[in-house]
Ligand binder design. Structure first.
Ligand SMILES: [Zn+2]
Length: 401
């Protein structure tokens, strides 16, 4: 006979679940927690007391409710006290932020970077420097409980090594380890693929809301994908699952950075759009360049309109394949694909109507990212908070000593 979970396991699970409600949903009354978590009032009181004593939440009387009777105390996250460092390593920019419990961006530093070689030393140096600057400005009673980075590349499950990132020129880079060493906080730095983290961020905090089946297509230079099915991120055997950018939509088409031809990324990515619009050249890249094509099309520029229409066809074909395979409730376009989708929604929808099967197509909603430019950073912060939510008291005891 297998032993069931111990009292301690149950308590740990409940503490994490309560903290997750407060972290993702914001201030919430004890009464609401009682009904949402299906636990009795005295258990909720004991759990909130433990989290309050650890300095993770605080309880306050609610503002005037206008109702008679004793009001239920409101539980709030200690956002100014408990925080993580979140990093975003994109092809064109480096961002570091201090994000408080509850998902509040407390402080942020950003710099542009030139496309090219993945200089591990330089990137880790810039990001850890930003973190030190932000840390110097914190009060004495603040506590850093985690750190995580979103990178535009493939990240191996288990050790966070960036094994490939054609658009970052990265191969087998122990990025998390190096950044952790330089931060010197005694904390490991988790590393995740940017599109996967965007999917998690949209799922927990964005337009994804309670949606359990969603696909995020995130574009920068290339196109990454994050697939959430039944509430779980699809990672695959090694952690590289969801690379929808390399789904072939046009065999014999444009050459791709992966060595193949006609991948979604090659046909829809930044370079394809700019070339088709006659705008590819030195200094012409990034989201501003993509936005300029969409703006030109809006103003009636025929070449820009045709470029978007062509790219929208390939994008729609890719989405139709994904809809047929995964039956998502929502497909979200983020990064530069946000602009591309806004400029080519008619093509995307008509391809979907042509190629997606009716039962899958019927309920799928196409949306742009609700988190916008912050999505990767929010995703990295959620990755950094994950172990705190799994075992709040253990993590806090460890980092406070
Ligand atoms: Zn490819």
């Amino acid at each position: 006979m297998r032993a069931g979970p111990s009292q301690e396991d149950i308590r740990r699970h409940n503490l994490g679940a309560l903290l997750r409600h407060v972290h993702l949903g914001g201030p919430i009354s004890r009464a609401e927690l009682t009904s949402k978590m299906g636990l009795n009032r005295s258990t909720i009181m004991a759990l909130t007391s433990d989290l309050t004593a650890a300095g993770l939440v605080r309880e306050e009387l609610p503002r005037e409710t206008g109702r008679a009777g004793r009001p239920s105390l409101v539980v709030r996250p200690e956002s100014a006290r408990v925080y993580v460092f979140a990093f975003d390593v994109g092809p064109d920019r480096l961002v570091a932020a201090r994000v408080g419990l509850g998902g509040v961006i407390l402080d942020r530093r950003e710099t542009t970077r030139e496309r090219g070689k993945f200089a591990l030393d330089e990137l880790a140096g810039v990001l850890s420097g930003f973190a030190r600057q932000m840390r110097r400005k914190t009060r004495d009673d603040t506590v850093c409980v985690g750190a995580a980075a979103a990178v535009s590349g493939g990240v191996r499950k288990g050790d966070g090594v960036v094994t490939f990132g054609p658009n970052l020129m990265a191969h087998d880079v122990p990025f998390g380890e190096e950044l952790g060493r330089r931060l010197g906080l005694g904390l490991p730095v988790s590393v995740g693929n940017d599109a996967n983290l965007v999917a998690l961020a949209e799922h927990s905090r964005g337009g994804g809301g309670p949606v359990r089946d969603l696909i995020c297509l995130h574009g920068d230079v290339g196109i990454g994908g994050g697939i959430i099915t039944g509430g779980h991120l699809l990672g695959g055997f090694d952690g590289y699952g969801g690379e929808v950018g390399h789904m072939v939509v046009n065999p014999g088409g444009r050459e791709c950075s992966c060595g193949s031809h006609g991948c979604l990324e090659a046909e829809v990515g930044e370079r394809a759009l700019l070339e088709l619009a006659g705008r590819f050249g030195p200094g012409q890249h990034g989201r501003d360049a993509v936005r300029a094509v969409v703006d030109a099309a809006d103003r009636g520029d025929i070449v820009a309109q045709e470029a978007l229409s062509r790219v929208g066809d390939w994008l729609g074909l890719g989405v139709a394949n994904l809809v047929n395979i995964f039956n998502p409730e929502m497909v979200i376009f983020g990064g530069m694909l946000r602009e591309v989708y806004l400029g080519s929604a008619a093509q995307v929808r008509s391809r979907l109507a042509l190629h997606a099967m009716a039962p899958q197509r019927e309920h799928v909603r196409l949306r742009t990212s609700a988190l916008g430019d912050h999505a990767t950073l929010v995703g990295a912060a959620e990755l950094a908070f994950a172990h705190v939510l799994a075992d709040p008291l253990e993590v806090l005891a460890r980092v406070s000593t």
